[in-house]
Design a protein around this ligand. Sequence first.
Ligand SMILES: Cc1ncc(COP(=O)(O)O)c(C=O)c1O
Length: 364
Amino acid sequence: MSRFWNERTRALSPYVAGEQPRPGERLIKLNTNENPYSVSDTVRERLLSFDPATLRLYPDPSSRSLREALAADFGVTPDMVFCGNGSDEVLAFCFQAFFETAPGAAPLFFPDISYSFYPVYAKLFGIPTERIPLNADFTVPVERFCEPSGGVAIANPNAPTSLALGTKDIRRIIESQPDRLVLIDQAYAAFGTEDCVPLLSEYSNLLIVGTLSKSHSLAGLRVGFAIASPEIIEGICRVRDSFNSYPVDMLALELATLAVKDRPYVESNIEKIIRTREAATLSLQDLGFTVLPSQTNFLFVRPDKIPAEELYKKLRGAGILVRYFAKPRIDDYLRITVGTDEQMSELLREIKRIYSLNSAADKK
Ligand SMILES: Cc1ncc(COP(=O)(O)O)c(C=O)c1O
């Protein structure tokens, strides 16, 4: 706390990111839902041949090449695509552009258990909110989201629960209030959920946000995007150009464009991750875990034989990072990113070792 902090800074409750290992620290990192596979050779070769002298110039403020590549990939036009510095930034622009802050404004709806940046942005920008409780099984209470509100933000699939809503339910939410914007955050949609982009041809109150961090192995490059009607995209550009005209740097723009064009490579990694996810689900169930049916690149699990926090700490001690949230309703769960087959085998071996040490201690 500094005496120079203004009232708003004092009132903030910032997002807490998952632990990042220190340089040189050898950990199995299954805590922030990164892709375990590297970028394609095309992207790697471009990075190695990049001429540093070009960095003296500003990048294209409109990220045209990337917008064109994403538009072709999703079957929309480039004027329906916006690119930013990670989808976190894109979400921040969207919250600022579309959700009202005036006193008495209708609240923005999002699930009580969801991506923790939503309440952080709402507080930063002064947007009134209502957190809609998920059902006991962590599914989305669709009817509640059909009630009038100042907007809706839903991660689909949801994080950290890993569960997805079907298109039929998304349609119901969109159709229930045609004059209200519905933001669908598709950070994990590539891992098995129906993509909502085709719905844009039917609904003008839909806004989709996505990222290259997970599906395209580019979390470190920071590239996210939005897809919506040209009018909605123009609204996001107005906010961007009132804040930072160049959110996607030159290197990010080039590499991300190539990564998006390399669809077969991205798809083969996604398939591998899905196979590993399904195998890890069965193995964890065999060990007595409750595992939610994931449609993402992570598993949301309840280790029924040992408190989640204890298992998290013991795994951390053994050099394996997973995510534990000390939050109501989910403090007996862990979120585990799907790594390579080898990483998941290492995780399972360590869990078995922890369990056998515990049961030996119990017998004494
Ligand atoms: C649901 C959801 N949305 C958005 C993001 C942000 O992704 P990025 O800023 O890396 O694009 C994340 C990151 O974990 C996420 O889980």
